[in-house]
Every structure is written in structure tokens, then in C-alpha cells.
Design a protein around this ligand. Structure first.
Ligand code: ADP
Ligand code: MG
Length: 302
């Protein structure tokens, strides 16, 4: 076969695969956009493990009607201007890839109204193609509905796990963002049933009670380690959150939840450090429950 440049539609599907692995990835991207938009309330609905439908509604700043289609263009973002801005990113998103990726592999309807505009707009995008646009009355904020995820990528569809597994991934994702943003209200509904609610009161404690139940939360201890003062050569790092008394333990590391500057992360060495901190307090093969927020300078050059 001769070398040829791939058509844009194929490029878009390949690129989408890097961002959107499963329904929970869609939830992650849409929730991050809602947070970046300054939402105080985010409602997430999922059906069929998110494969049939994911809907995220927020009361954030909304998108100006004139930019609604542009939001679905790859590398289109309102969060970054120049390469220098990369050194001090204050938002969760900045690549301008999520909406384009999601829309390339599903059927999306976006209804949005910017706070300072009188009317809202609905834009429909199917498999990356804009198929409809009309002016609508809508509350300020954004409502995105993603249906039939991977309908045009059968290979991806085959790799999805059963609904209950995908539901669990969505649950974990929403719970994590609720922990990182306790001042934001989150309500998660799956197949018509409310499965998680954080009231946005601003306290991590309340989110943990919602996530783990009051009995488990009672066995958790607050952590608040300010930056070290004895090592001015190291960047100032603060670690805060909660970690379990040894009585509260699990059979795997999945309940060690870590964040860096408000972003959920997975990191084997940090997870190892948390487990090691218990030394011999935990029986072998048992792992703590922990929710730790690591805050460090956002800039590269210090
Ligand atoms: P990124 O978040 O990296 O900028 P996205 O593809 O996720 O890229 O979104 C593209 C743009 O669409 C954002 O930069 C933002 O301007 C706008 N946008 C997306 N979702 C929302 C939302 N929920 N509220 C307001 N604006 C949004
Ligand atoms: Mg985004």
C-alpha cells in the first residue's frame, strides 16, 4: 500500500480513542468542563452503563451561541492562548480535544446559554458532523447529552465491559471529582436511580460520608501536613485529606484516592508510600482507605 494522508474523519476517530476509552472517560471530560466553567452544581445521568446515554448539566458560564460549533473542533479551547500559558494552567482542561473526541464517536446534543446572552442554542453533532442547530430558551449553563457511545467504532464497543462494571467506573469518577471539589454540588443518577449526591457544602468530610457511609468515615483520621520548612531546596508541597485507622482496610489498593492540585491521579509510587506509612499496622494483603490531596506549585519554573 502506498503512503497516504488519512482522511480527517479517520484521524478524528483515532484521536478520539486516545481520549475516550470508556463511558467513564466521557463523564470525566464533561465533569471537568463543568468545573472549569465555574459550575456550582453538576448533575450527571447515565443509562446502560453510560453506553446508551450520558447527560451532564451544569450551571456554569455557558458557551456563547456563536462559538457552540467551534467547541467541537479539535484543538479549540477557551482556556489557553499561548505556549507560555502552559506553565501556569489553572483549569482542568486546556487541549481542546474532549468535545471533538466525544462527538467523533457518539451522537451529541449540546444546549448552552452564556450568562450574558438572551437566548441559548442547541447544536447536534453525530459522528463528528454537525447535523442541527437551533436557538432555544435555556437556563444559563450547559447541558450535554451523549448517546450511543462508540456506535460507529464497533471495535471499541466490543471492549466495553458489562453495564455493571461501566456503571462502577462512572460512580468512581464522579465520586472523585466530588471529593476534589467539595464546594460543588454533584448528583449522579444511573438508570433512573440516584446513586450519589454531594451537597456542595464545601467540606470534604461530608463528601466522604456520602461516598463511604458514616460508619467508615468515623474510622478515618484527618491529615494535614503543611510544606516542610526544613528543606527550602524542595518545592513546597502540602498533603491534606483523610486516611483510615488500621481498622478500616480493604483487599486492594483501589480505595487509596490521590489528587494533585485538584486532579485525580493514579501513581504507583505515591500509592506505595501511603501503604508503607502503615508499616506493620495492617495485616499483609490488606490496604488502607485514604483520600489525599497533594498541593504543589503549578508553575514549572520556580
Ligand atoms: P478544553 O476543556 O480542553 O478546552 P473541550 O473540548 O473539553 O476542551 O471543550 C472545548 C471548549 O468548549 C472549552 O474550552 C470551553 O470553552 C467550552 N466548553 C466545553 N464544555 C463547557 C461547559 N460545560 N461550560 C462552558 N463551556 C464549555
Ligand atoms: Mg475539557
Amino acid at each position: 500500500m502506498s503512503i497516504h494522508v488519512l482522511p480527517e474523519s479517520v484521524v478524528a476517530k483515532i484521536a478520539a480513542g486516545e481520549v475516550i476509552e470508556r463511558p467513564a472517560s466521557v463523564v470525566k471530560e464533561l465533569v471537568e468542563n463543568a468545573i472549569d466553567a465555574g459550575a456550582t452544581s453538576v448533575a450527571i445521568d447515565a443509562e446502560g452503563g453510560g453506553r446508551r446515554l450520558i447527560r451532564v448539566a451544569d450551571d456554569g458560564c455557558g458557551i456563547p451561541a456563536a462559538e457552540a460549533e467551534l467547541a467541537f473542533t479539535r484543538h479549540a479551547t477557551s482556556k489557553l492562548q499561548t505556549a507560555d500559558d502552559l506553565d501556569a494552567i489553572g483549569t482542568l482542561g486546556f487541549r481542546g480535544e474532549a468535545l471533538a473526541s466525544i462527538a467523533a464517536v457518539s451522537q451529541v446534543a449540546l444546549t448552552t446559554r452564556a450568562r450574558d446572552e438572551a437566548a441559548g442554542v442547541t447544536v447536534r453533532v453525530h459522528g463528528g458532523r454537525v447535523v442541527g442547530r437551533n436557538a432555544v430558551g435555556a437556563p444559563a449553563g450547559t447541558l450535554i447529552t451523549v448517546e450511543n457511545l462508540f456506535y460507529n467504532v464497533p471495535a471499541r464497543l466490543k471492549f466495553l465491559k458489562k453495564d455493571s462494571t461501566e456503571r462502577r467506573h462512572i460512580d468512581t469518577m464522579v465520586t472523585r471529582y466530588a471529593m476534589a471539589y467539595p464546594a460543588t454540588r454533584f448528583v449522579l443518577t444511573q438508570d433512573g436511580r440516584e446513586v450519589f449526591r454531594a451537597n456542595g457544602g464545601g467540606k470534604l468530610d461530608d463528601v466522604l460520608v456520602a461516598a463511604y457511609g458514616v460508619d467508615d468515615f468515623r474510622q478515618m483520621l484527618p491529615v494535614d501536613a503543611p510544606p516542610r520548612t526544613d528543606r527550602p531546596d524542595l518545592p513546597p508541597v502540602r498533603v491534606a485529606g483523610f486516611t483510615a485507622a488500621p481498622s478500616l482496610n480493604r483487599a486492594n489498593r483501589a480505595h487509596i484516592t490521590l489528587f494533585v492540585n485538584g486532579r485525580p491521579i493514579q501513581d504507583a509510587s505515591l500509592t506505595y508510600a501511603v501503604v508503607q506509612a502503615y508499616h506493620t499496622l495492617l495485616p499483609s494483603g490488606r490496604y488502607p482507605v485514604a483520600v489525599l490531596m497533594i498541593e504543589m506549585p503549578r508553575t514549572r519554573s520556580m
